[in-house]
Design a protein around this ligand. Sequence first.
Ligand code: S3P
Length: 173
Amino acid sequence: MAIGFHVTCLILIGMMGAGKTTIGRELAKRRGVRFVDCDHEIIARTGVTIPTIFEIEGEAGFRRRETQVIDELTRESDIIIATGGGAVLDEKNREMLMQRGIVVYLNVAPQILWERTRNDRNRPLLNVENPRARIEELYAVRDPLYRQVADIIVDGGRCNPNSMVRQIEKVLP
Ligand code: S3P
């Protein structure tokens, strides 16, 4: 994949609802490489949903599985990886992301993230009384971490996935 000398792994990061899966899949199709979504990989390996993993093993158990999957996938070549929104919380994960691939942060404002995720029951962290406030809190903590590991920042705003894909392709080496 022509995404940089020696670097053949492209990693998408950003909040829940930022569009990492949709954009990653489209980019991979256009570049003719494999696409893997970390959450889907965890679901395939365990045979249960993300909420079930949170229920049985707690967030800590889910995070251990997430780190394992990130560690394995970021060693591969010719691959586009969509990480879960919380992947950057762990310092070891941040190191792996920075060292092993080109990292693209899909930055989308909390208001839009809330609109996109409000009817979704598959994200345990948003299963709270006030998901809108929760998204703002998570964004405030995570935005600096996403920026810390990102090579490229794409501002999503209200633009559609195709225009985000084009923005990313324009800046890829
Ligand atoms: C999480 C995001 C989810 C999933 C899990 C935790 C987070 O992935 O990994 O529910 O901490 O932001 P998406 O970002 O793909 O929704």
